[in-house]
Design a protein around this ligand. Structure first.
Ligand code: 1CP
Length: 345
Protein backbone atom coordinates (compact mmCIF):
# COMPACT_ATOMS: atom_id res chain seq x y z
CA UNK A 1 0.00 0.00 0.00
CA UNK A 2 1.42 3.42 -0.85
CA UNK A 3 1.89 5.73 2.08
CA UNK A 4 -0.76 8.21 1.07
CA UNK A 5 -3.48 5.55 1.10
CA UNK A 6 -2.51 4.31 4.56
CA UNK A 7 -4.67 5.33 7.51
CA UNK A 8 -3.76 8.78 8.91
CA UNK A 9 -3.01 7.49 12.44
CA UNK A 10 -0.61 4.85 11.10
CA UNK A 11 1.15 7.43 8.93
CA UNK A 12 1.68 9.76 11.89
CA UNK A 13 2.88 6.92 14.12
CA UNK A 14 5.42 5.93 11.48
CA UNK A 15 6.94 9.41 11.84
CA UNK A 16 5.20 11.32 9.06
CA UNK A 17 4.22 14.96 9.64
CA UNK A 18 0.72 15.43 8.21
CA UNK A 19 -0.75 18.87 7.40
CA UNK A 20 -3.76 17.90 9.56
CA UNK A 21 -2.87 15.65 12.47
CA UNK A 22 -5.03 12.58 13.09
CA UNK A 23 -7.17 13.04 16.18
CA UNK A 24 -8.69 10.84 18.88
CA UNK A 25 -9.27 11.48 22.58
CA UNK A 26 -8.41 9.35 25.58
CA UNK A 27 -11.65 8.12 27.20
CA UNK A 28 -13.58 9.19 24.10
CA UNK A 29 -16.24 6.64 25.07
CA UNK A 30 -17.76 7.25 28.47
CA UNK A 31 -20.04 9.08 30.79
CA UNK A 32 -20.00 12.49 29.04
CA UNK A 33 -22.02 10.85 26.21
CA UNK A 34 -25.77 10.33 26.81
CA UNK A 35 -25.73 7.28 24.51
CA UNK A 36 -23.00 5.71 26.69
CA UNK A 37 -25.01 6.27 29.89
CA UNK A 38 -27.96 4.53 28.25
CA UNK A 39 -25.96 1.38 27.41
CA UNK A 40 -24.19 1.50 30.79
CA UNK A 41 -27.61 1.30 32.48
CA UNK A 42 -28.34 -1.93 30.56
CA UNK A 43 -25.25 -3.69 31.93
CA UNK A 44 -25.27 -5.38 35.34
CA UNK A 45 -22.08 -3.54 36.29
CA UNK A 46 -19.02 -2.00 34.68
CA UNK A 47 -17.12 -5.30 34.30
CA UNK A 48 -20.17 -6.85 32.64
CA UNK A 49 -20.06 -3.98 30.13
CA UNK A 50 -16.37 -4.66 29.41
CA UNK A 51 -16.94 -8.42 28.95
CA UNK A 52 -20.10 -8.18 26.79
CA UNK A 53 -19.02 -8.03 23.13
CA UNK A 54 -22.43 -6.60 22.09
CA UNK A 55 -22.33 -3.74 24.59
CA UNK A 56 -18.58 -3.08 24.46
CA UNK A 57 -18.65 -2.93 20.64
CA UNK A 58 -21.58 -0.53 20.75
CA UNK A 59 -19.96 1.92 23.23
CA UNK A 60 -16.64 1.79 21.36
CA UNK A 61 -18.42 2.78 18.13
CA UNK A 62 -20.53 5.57 19.67
CA UNK A 63 -17.86 8.31 19.59
CA UNK A 64 -16.83 7.23 16.07
CA UNK A 65 -20.39 7.64 14.79
CA UNK A 66 -20.89 10.95 16.56
CA UNK A 67 -17.54 12.59 15.72
CA UNK A 68 -15.65 10.57 13.11
CA UNK A 69 -12.37 10.33 15.02
CA UNK A 70 -9.32 8.92 13.20
CA UNK A 71 -8.90 6.20 15.81
CA UNK A 72 -11.11 4.03 17.91
CA UNK A 73 -9.92 2.73 21.28
CA UNK A 74 -11.25 -0.61 22.42
CA UNK A 75 -13.69 -0.21 25.30
CA UNK A 76 -12.22 -2.08 28.27
CA UNK A 77 -10.25 -1.13 31.39
CA UNK A 78 -6.72 -1.49 32.73
CA UNK A 79 -8.17 -3.36 35.73
CA UNK A 80 -9.34 -6.35 33.67
CA UNK A 81 -5.82 -7.74 34.14
CA UNK A 82 -6.04 -8.02 37.96
CA UNK A 83 -9.44 -9.66 37.43
CA UNK A 84 -7.86 -12.14 34.98
CA UNK A 85 -5.04 -12.85 37.46
CA UNK A 86 -7.64 -13.94 40.02
CA UNK A 87 -7.83 -10.84 42.23
CA UNK A 88 -11.29 -9.70 43.29
CA UNK A 89 -12.21 -6.51 41.38
CA UNK A 90 -15.44 -4.51 41.66
CA UNK A 91 -16.51 -1.12 40.36
CA UNK A 92 -18.67 0.77 42.82
CA UNK A 93 -21.00 3.25 41.07
CA UNK A 94 -19.93 6.81 41.82
CA UNK A 95 -16.81 5.70 43.74
CA UNK A 96 -14.55 3.86 41.32
CA UNK A 97 -12.68 0.56 41.49
CA UNK A 98 -12.34 -1.55 44.63
CA UNK A 99 -9.92 -4.50 44.73
CA UNK A 100 -9.10 -7.00 47.47
CA UNK A 101 -5.59 -5.64 48.18
CA UNK A 102 -2.55 -7.91 47.61
CA UNK A 103 0.19 -6.89 50.04
CA UNK A 104 2.27 -9.98 50.81
CA UNK A 105 4.02 -12.90 49.15
CA UNK A 106 1.13 -15.29 49.86
CA UNK A 107 -1.49 -13.10 48.15
CA UNK A 108 0.81 -12.40 45.20
CA UNK A 109 1.70 -16.10 44.97
CA UNK A 110 -1.95 -16.97 44.35
CA UNK A 111 -2.19 -14.76 41.26
CA UNK A 112 -1.72 -16.61 37.99
CA UNK A 113 -1.19 -15.37 34.44
CA UNK A 114 -2.00 -18.82 33.05
CA UNK A 115 -5.68 -18.09 32.38
CA UNK A 116 -5.36 -14.63 30.83
CA UNK A 117 -5.90 -15.80 27.25
CA UNK A 118 -9.03 -17.73 28.14
CA UNK A 119 -10.37 -15.02 30.46
CA UNK A 120 -10.02 -12.32 27.79
CA UNK A 121 -11.88 -14.21 25.02
CA UNK A 122 -14.90 -11.84 25.21
CA UNK A 123 -12.58 -8.83 24.83
CA UNK A 124 -10.92 -10.42 21.79
CA UNK A 125 -14.38 -11.03 20.33
CA UNK A 126 -15.11 -7.30 20.75
CA UNK A 127 -11.87 -6.50 18.90
CA UNK A 128 -12.83 -8.84 16.02
CA UNK A 129 -16.27 -7.23 15.70
CA UNK A 130 -14.79 -3.74 15.79
CA UNK A 131 -12.41 -4.53 12.94
CA UNK A 132 -15.40 -5.66 10.87
CA UNK A 133 -17.54 -2.67 11.73
CA UNK A 134 -15.20 0.32 11.84
CA UNK A 135 -15.06 2.63 8.81
CA UNK A 136 -12.02 2.10 6.54
CA UNK A 137 -9.94 5.11 7.60
CA UNK A 138 -10.34 4.50 11.34
CA UNK A 139 -7.51 2.73 13.16
CA UNK A 140 -8.30 0.38 16.04
CA UNK A 141 -6.18 0.89 19.16
CA UNK A 142 -5.84 -1.86 21.76
CA UNK A 143 -4.43 -1.06 25.18
CA UNK A 144 -3.37 -2.15 28.63
CA UNK A 145 -2.14 -0.47 31.78
CA UNK A 146 1.58 -0.64 32.41
CA UNK A 147 2.64 -3.04 35.17
CA UNK A 148 3.55 -0.28 37.64
CA UNK A 149 0.22 1.58 37.29
CA UNK A 150 -1.84 -1.62 37.48
CA UNK A 151 0.19 -2.75 40.52
CA UNK A 152 -0.64 0.51 42.33
CA UNK A 153 -4.34 -0.39 42.19
CA UNK A 154 -3.68 -4.03 43.13
CA UNK A 155 -1.65 -3.16 46.23
CA UNK A 156 -3.68 -0.12 47.30
CA UNK A 157 -7.04 -1.76 46.59
CA UNK A 158 -8.33 1.42 44.91
CA UNK A 159 -7.24 4.61 43.20
CA UNK A 160 -5.13 6.81 45.45
CA UNK A 161 -3.59 10.28 45.19
CA UNK A 162 -0.06 9.12 46.10
CA UNK A 163 0.10 5.31 45.44
CA UNK A 164 1.63 5.09 48.91
CA UNK A 165 1.13 1.38 49.60
CA UNK A 166 2.70 0.30 46.30
CA UNK A 167 5.62 2.72 46.71
CA UNK A 168 6.22 1.45 50.23
CA UNK A 169 6.11 -2.16 49.09
CA UNK A 170 8.60 -1.38 46.31
CA UNK A 171 10.99 -0.06 49.02
CA UNK A 172 10.36 -2.55 51.82
CA UNK A 173 9.86 -5.77 49.85
CA UNK A 174 11.32 -5.26 46.36
CA UNK A 175 11.63 -8.99 45.70
CA UNK A 176 7.98 -9.66 46.50
CA UNK A 177 6.91 -6.58 44.55
CA UNK A 178 9.12 -7.80 41.69
CA UNK A 179 7.17 -11.08 41.56
CA UNK A 180 3.96 -9.07 41.14
CA UNK A 181 5.52 -6.94 38.37
CA UNK A 182 6.82 -10.06 36.58
CA UNK A 183 3.35 -11.63 36.63
CA UNK A 184 1.92 -8.39 35.26
CA UNK A 185 4.50 -8.32 32.45
CA UNK A 186 3.61 -11.90 31.46
CA UNK A 187 -0.15 -11.23 31.66
CA UNK A 188 0.12 -7.95 29.74
CA UNK A 189 2.18 -9.49 26.91
CA UNK A 190 -0.37 -12.29 26.58
CA UNK A 191 -3.30 -9.84 26.65
CA UNK A 192 -1.86 -7.35 24.15
CA UNK A 193 -0.73 -10.15 21.88
CA UNK A 194 -4.28 -11.54 21.92
CA UNK A 195 -5.66 -8.10 21.02
CA UNK A 196 -3.30 -7.87 18.03
CA UNK A 197 -4.16 -11.41 16.90
CA UNK A 198 -7.86 -10.39 17.03
CA UNK A 199 -7.26 -7.24 14.96
CA UNK A 200 -5.87 -4.37 17.06
CA UNK A 201 -3.61 -2.26 14.80
CA UNK A 202 -1.89 -0.08 17.40
CA UNK A 203 -1.28 -0.56 21.13
CA UNK A 204 -1.16 2.03 23.91
CA UNK A 205 0.36 1.40 27.34
CA UNK A 206 -1.18 3.63 30.03
CA UNK A 207 1.25 4.49 32.82
CA UNK A 208 -1.00 6.97 34.57
CA UNK A 209 1.03 7.02 37.81
CA UNK A 210 4.56 7.21 36.38
CA UNK A 211 5.44 10.31 38.41
CA UNK A 212 7.54 10.91 41.50
CA UNK A 213 10.19 8.20 41.10
CA UNK A 214 13.89 8.52 41.79
CA UNK A 215 15.87 7.63 38.65
CA UNK A 216 16.78 4.15 39.93
CA UNK A 217 13.17 3.34 40.90
CA UNK A 218 11.93 4.72 37.56
CA UNK A 219 14.37 2.42 35.79
CA UNK A 220 13.32 -0.66 37.73
CA UNK A 221 9.54 -0.27 37.99
CA UNK A 222 8.63 1.78 34.90
CA UNK A 223 11.33 1.37 32.23
CA UNK A 224 12.30 -2.30 32.68
CA UNK A 225 8.77 -3.81 32.67
CA UNK A 226 7.72 -1.53 29.79
CA UNK A 227 10.78 -2.48 27.75
CA UNK A 228 10.14 -6.19 28.41
CA UNK A 229 6.59 -5.81 27.06
CA UNK A 230 7.68 -3.75 24.03
CA UNK A 231 10.46 -6.23 23.15
CA UNK A 232 8.18 -9.26 23.34
CA UNK A 233 5.33 -7.62 21.39
CA UNK A 234 7.81 -6.54 18.68
CA UNK A 235 9.15 -10.12 18.48
CA UNK A 236 5.65 -11.55 18.14
CA UNK A 237 4.06 -8.80 16.04
CA UNK A 238 6.66 -6.80 14.12
CA UNK A 239 5.34 -3.52 12.78
CA UNK A 240 2.53 -2.91 15.29
CA UNK A 241 3.12 0.62 16.61
CA UNK A 242 3.21 1.11 20.38
CA UNK A 243 2.32 4.38 22.13
CA UNK A 244 3.63 4.90 25.67
CA UNK A 245 1.95 7.24 28.15
CA UNK A 246 4.28 7.86 31.10
CA UNK A 247 2.00 10.44 32.67
CA UNK A 248 3.67 13.18 34.73
CA UNK A 249 7.14 11.68 34.24
CA UNK A 250 8.46 15.14 33.20
CA UNK A 251 12.19 15.25 32.55
CA UNK A 252 12.31 11.43 32.57
CA UNK A 253 10.14 11.20 29.42
CA UNK A 254 12.98 11.37 26.83
CA UNK A 255 14.84 8.56 28.60
CA UNK A 256 11.61 6.54 28.80
CA UNK A 257 11.21 6.88 25.02
CA UNK A 258 14.81 5.99 24.21
CA UNK A 259 15.06 3.10 26.65
CA UNK A 260 11.70 1.41 26.01
CA UNK A 261 11.69 1.81 22.22
CA UNK A 262 8.07 2.97 21.95
CA UNK A 263 7.11 4.46 18.57
CA UNK A 264 5.18 7.35 20.04
CA UNK A 265 4.72 9.06 23.38
CA UNK A 266 1.52 10.53 24.73
CA UNK A 267 2.30 13.78 26.57
CA UNK A 268 0.42 14.89 29.67
CA UNK A 269 -0.93 18.43 29.88
CA UNK A 270 2.12 19.92 31.62
CA UNK A 271 4.61 19.07 28.85
CA UNK A 272 5.67 21.97 26.63
CA UNK A 273 5.53 20.89 22.95
CA UNK A 274 8.58 23.06 22.18
CA UNK A 275 10.61 21.20 24.81
CA UNK A 276 9.32 17.80 23.65
CA UNK A 277 10.37 18.60 20.06
CA UNK A 278 13.83 19.58 21.20
CA UNK A 279 14.57 16.56 23.36
CA UNK A 280 13.02 13.75 21.32
CA UNK A 281 13.99 12.50 17.86
CA UNK A 282 11.83 13.48 14.88
CA UNK A 283 11.11 9.81 14.28
CA UNK A 284 9.16 9.58 17.55
CA UNK A 285 5.55 10.67 17.09
CA UNK A 286 4.20 13.00 19.80
CA UNK A 287 0.60 12.59 20.96
CA UNK A 288 -1.35 15.12 22.99
CA UNK A 289 -1.81 17.24 24.93
CA UNK A 290 -4.73 19.63 25.38
CA UNK A 291 -5.90 20.08 28.98
CA UNK A 292 -9.13 18.04 29.41
CA UNK A 293 -10.53 20.96 31.42
CA UNK A 294 -9.89 23.33 28.51
CA UNK A 295 -12.25 21.05 26.57
CA UNK A 296 -14.83 21.49 29.34
CA UNK A 297 -14.37 25.27 29.13
CA UNK A 298 -14.77 25.38 25.32
CA UNK A 299 -15.25 28.69 23.48
CA UNK A 300 -12.44 31.14 22.74
CA UNK A 301 -10.14 29.72 25.43
CA UNK A 302 -10.29 26.30 23.83
CA UNK A 303 -9.93 27.65 20.31
CA UNK A 304 -6.84 29.70 21.20
CA UNK A 305 -5.15 26.91 23.15
CA UNK A 306 -5.88 24.35 20.42
CA UNK A 307 -4.35 26.58 17.74
CA UNK A 308 -1.31 27.15 19.92
CA UNK A 309 -0.86 23.41 20.29
CA UNK A 310 -1.31 22.80 16.55
CA UNK A 311 1.23 25.52 15.74
CA UNK A 312 3.63 24.14 18.32
CA UNK A 313 3.52 20.69 16.71
CA UNK A 314 3.39 21.84 13.06
CA UNK A 315 5.83 20.12 10.71
CA UNK A 316 6.33 17.20 13.06
CA UNK A 317 4.68 13.79 13.46
CA UNK A 318 1.78 14.55 15.82
CA UNK A 319 -1.44 12.88 16.92
CA UNK A 320 -3.87 15.37 18.41
CA UNK A 321 -5.22 14.22 21.78
CA UNK A 322 -5.77 15.40 25.35
CA UNK A 323 -3.16 15.37 28.11
CA UNK A 324 -5.34 12.87 30.04
CA UNK A 325 -8.83 11.38 29.66
CA UNK A 326 -12.05 13.29 28.91
CA UNK A 327 -13.88 14.12 32.12
CA UNK A 328 -17.59 13.26 32.56
CA UNK A 329 -18.72 16.92 32.74
CA UNK A 330 -17.45 17.64 29.19
CA UNK A 331 -20.24 19.07 27.00
CA UNK A 332 -20.43 16.76 23.94
CA UNK A 333 -20.77 19.78 21.60
CA UNK A 334 -17.35 21.04 22.72
CA UNK A 335 -15.81 17.90 21.21
CA UNK A 336 -17.43 18.71 17.82
CA UNK A 337 -16.10 22.27 18.09
CA UNK A 338 -12.61 20.94 18.89
CA UNK A 339 -12.63 18.66 15.85
CA UNK A 340 -13.64 21.56 13.61
CA UNK A 341 -10.69 23.57 14.83
CA UNK A 342 -8.22 20.70 14.47
CA UNK A 343 -9.43 19.73 11.00
CA UNK A 344 -10.81 22.90 9.61
CA UNK A 345 -8.08 25.47 9.69
O1 1CP B 1 -19.22 3.99 33.48
C1 1CP B 1 -18.50 4.17 34.48
O2 1CP B 1 -18.92 4.63 35.53
C2 1CP B 1 -17.06 3.72 34.44
C3 1CP B 1 -16.09 4.79 34.06
C4 1CP B 1 -14.94 4.10 33.33
C5 1CP B 1 -14.76 4.05 31.93
C6 1CP B 1 -15.62 4.68 30.87
C7 1CP B 1 -13.91 3.34 33.92
C8 1CP B 1 -13.73 3.03 35.36
N1 1CP B 1 -13.10 2.84 32.89
C9 1CP B 1 -13.58 3.26 31.68
C10 1CP B 1 -13.05 2.86 30.33
C11 1CP B 1 -11.60 2.99 30.08
N2 1CP B 1 -10.61 3.04 31.04
C12 1CP B 1 -10.98 3.00 28.79
C13 1CP B 1 -11.68 2.79 27.43
C14 1CP B 1 -12.55 3.92 27.03
C15 1CP B 1 -11.97 5.01 26.18
O3 1CP B 1 -10.81 5.42 26.35
O4 1CP B 1 -12.72 5.47 25.32
C16 1CP B 1 -9.60 3.16 29.02
C17 1CP B 1 -8.51 3.30 27.96
C18 1CP B 1 -9.39 3.15 30.42
C19 1CP B 1 -8.06 3.22 31.04
C20 1CP B 1 -7.93 3.38 32.52
N3 1CP B 1 -8.71 2.85 33.53
C21 1CP B 1 -6.85 4.06 33.13
C22 1CP B 1 -5.69 4.69 32.37
C23 1CP B 1 -6.04 6.03 31.83
C24 1CP B 1 -6.29 7.12 32.86
O5 1CP B 1 -7.39 7.66 32.83
O6 1CP B 1 -5.37 7.42 33.65
C25 1CP B 1 -7.02 4.00 34.52
C26 1CP B 1 -6.13 4.59 35.60
C27 1CP B 1 -8.21 3.22 34.77
C28 1CP B 1 -8.75 2.82 36.09
C29 1CP B 1 -10.16 3.29 36.24
N4 1CP B 1 -11.22 2.68 35.62
C30 1CP B 1 -12.37 3.38 35.89
C31 1CP B 1 -12.01 4.49 36.73
C32 1CP B 1 -12.98 5.49 37.28
C33 1CP B 1 -10.62 4.43 36.91
C34 1CP B 1 -9.76 5.44 37.69
C35 1CP B 1 -9.82 5.12 39.15
C36 1CP B 1 -9.02 6.01 40.06
O7 1CP B 1 -7.80 6.18 39.88
O8 1CP B 1 -9.62 6.54 40.98
Amino acid sequence: MSRSTEKPLLRALSGEALPTPPVWLMRQAGRYLPEYRKVRAEARDFLDLCYSPDLATEVTLQPIRRYGFDASILFADILLIPDALGQQVRFVAGEGPRLEPVRDAAAIGKLSAARVGEHMQPVYETVRRLRRELPGQVTLIGFAGSPWTVATYMVEGRGSPDQKQARLMAWTAPDVFGVLIDKLVAATVEYLSGQVAAGAEVLQLFDSWAQGFSPAMFERWVIAPTRAIVDEIRARHPGVPIIGFPRLAGAQIPHYVAATGVDAVSLDTGVDPAWARQVMPESVCLQGNLDPLCLVAGGEAMAAETRRLLDGMAGRAHVFNLGHGIVPETPPEHVSALLEIVRGR
